[in-house]
Design a protein around this ligand. Sequence first.
Ligand code: NAI
Ligand code: MG
Length: 364
Amino acid sequence: MAKILVLPGDGIGQEIVPEAVKVLEKVAAKHGLDLQLQEGLIGGAAIDAVGKSLPDETLAMCRQSDAVLLGAVGGPKWDTLPAAQRPEVAALLALRKGLGLYANIRPCFLYPALVDASALKKEIVVGTDMVVIRELTGGLYFGEKFREAYTVTSLSGEEVEMGEKAVDTLVYTTPEIERILKLAFETARKRSGKVMSVDKANVLESSRLWRETAQRMAADNPDINLESMYVDNCAMQLVRDPKQFDVIVTENMFGDILTDQASMLSGSIGMLPSASVGGEVALYEPAHGSAPDIAGKGLANPLATILSVAMMLELTFNMTTAADSIRNAVERVLNAGYRTGDIMTPGAKQIGTTEMGALVREQL
Ligand code: NAI
Ligand code: MG
């Protein structure tokens, strides 16, 4: 019995998740996986329904599941809430932390049919195939943050308030760095053995510890070919020559930014799946957000979420053949020339969210 919790969330999450669930149902039936699906509330949708973006019940249901499929959370309606109540912080970050999901695995692969969908030149992007491993429960997003009055002492010795001071902190410990590097090494062993550790060790103390730890671990793992790169250079190298990368491992915010950038190598952020792992239960989610600009219009690309289901079958249920059948179905639909707007290429046929889901299922 595979117990899966489905959390559509907000915006296009409500549109793409049902398509991915139907793909999961079809593949499960074909491959003899006995599914038990449950649906839960998260994000702005949960605020509207029960006043809290991560209801205790949702967290409890996650803990009782074998895997969680999440859409996206957030949107303009809830942007004005204080940070601690906003869906992105109170639901998503709290869920990752609550479940101990310290690693986000984001494969970035260019389907050959989508070469023209990339913003970059063909000869640069053809053959892009990398995995970015983003640290997910530490770093800048989880360090102490606060605001206070910003005051200066005037010449007459008076304290004068000049506005506010806002503080974020970037903290890493050796065990946090070791466990994410270990996952990067394990991932690299199934690929080319090459790992690029991305940091800002020329400026940040936490990055110095990150780099020292990475290099020490590489010395103990001679089968791994580790290199380190500064994050600003990595941003440049990703668009200059993406094929030099195989496995990238990096800090939370660096990984957030670099994967949005890397998504353009695959044609669109609507193509990037992800798995958040390391805790009690794994969470599978597209790398994109709730896309309020296109939400409710049936335009969203469901493939990132459908490909996240493939990652779920592979990583949580060890069903590699079933996972590959989804990836192959996606490839056949793309080869047949069907595209959502975000991956539109000259001469292709533009379709919407539900048609894309149906075509993938037809190909299964
Ligand atoms: P976004 O990823 O939602 O959208 C960025 C751009 O990509 C938009 O133009 C959007 O239309 C497009 N896009 C994204 N996914 C797409 C898809 N499947 N098909 C076609 N086009 C797609 O990022 P943005 O605009 O910065 O954030 C929107 C909201 O989502 C915010 O409230 C943000 O905080 C939240 N967010 C939530 C995330 C999550 O739940 N994991 C991750 C990132 C943002
Ligand atoms: Mg992001």
